[in-house]
Design a protein around this ligand. Structure first.
Ligand code: GRF
Length: 209
């Protein structure tokens, strides 16, 4: 089977998938990495392992269109989503893995992939039903330190229209430690992610229709 990995930044979860692959623990080839930023360090990680990379940047679609022109930008966003679908469909992967992909995947993206029966999973650094969206790690850290929650964690879930609300495949928890630094909390979350991304990808591959 073939997977595509979508990234936007550091790519430490992509690295976990690459490492698993090289240790014979990933049940698929990583046939392409797509990055939403030309500056993503994850690009170097892929290059080092001879994995093809495509940069697909939203800002090049928005070129010359001021922020205020909401309608025009929405149109361009649709073009971005539809072009992303074209790249993915041309690769014909069995599974798309969002590993630190920081853009919302809208209807124009999900619909065509569902029609082609291409599964999409996402890694989100919070437990189901908590801290959807950006800065989840920092928000859960603050909630832990002010006593709102006693546990945090991560999940690998199926991607649906509602952001970070799809059916979880893998859920991993950690306990809040009072007085812990954000860096320490973040490091514990990331180490959970790096194992979960491999297990979640293998599980999604096992469940392919
Ligand atoms: C991770 O915390 C991931 O869960 C979130 O963005 C971060 C990116 O990590 N979506 P990396 O780019 O894989 O290092």
């Amino acid at each position: 089977p073939k997977i595509l990995v979508l990234i936007s930044g550091n790519g430490s979860n992509l690295q976990a998938l690459i490492n698993a692959k090289e240790q014979g623990q990933l049940k698929a080839e990583i046939s392409l990495v797509i990055s939403s930023s030309s500056k993503a360090f994850g690009i170097e990680r892929a290059r080092k392992h001879n994995i093809p990379v495509r940069v697909h940047e939203l800002k090049s679609y928005y070129q010359g269109i001021p922020k205020e022109e909401k309608a025009k930008r929405a149109e361009k966003r649709n073009d971005f989503d539809q072009d992303l679908v074209k790249i993915i469909l041309s690769e014909k992967p069995d599974l798309v893995v969002c590993a630190g992909w920081m853009l919302i995947l809208g209807e124009k993206f999900l619909q065509p992939l569902q029609e082609k029966n291409i599964s999409i999973i996402n890694l989100h650094p919070s437990l189901p039903g908590a801290f959807e969206g950006i800065n989840a790690i920092e928000r859960s850290y603050n909630a832990g330190q002010n006593g709102e929650i006693t546990k945090g964690g991560i999940m690998i879930h199926r991607v649906i229209l509602e952001v970070d609300r799809g059916q979880p495949l893998i859920v991993r928890e950690i306990d809040v430690i009072k007085g812990e630094t954000l860096e320490s909390w973040e490091a514990r979350i990331h180490s959970l992610e790096h194992q979960a991304i491999v297990d979640g990808t293998n599980k999604a591959l096992d469940e392919l229709k």
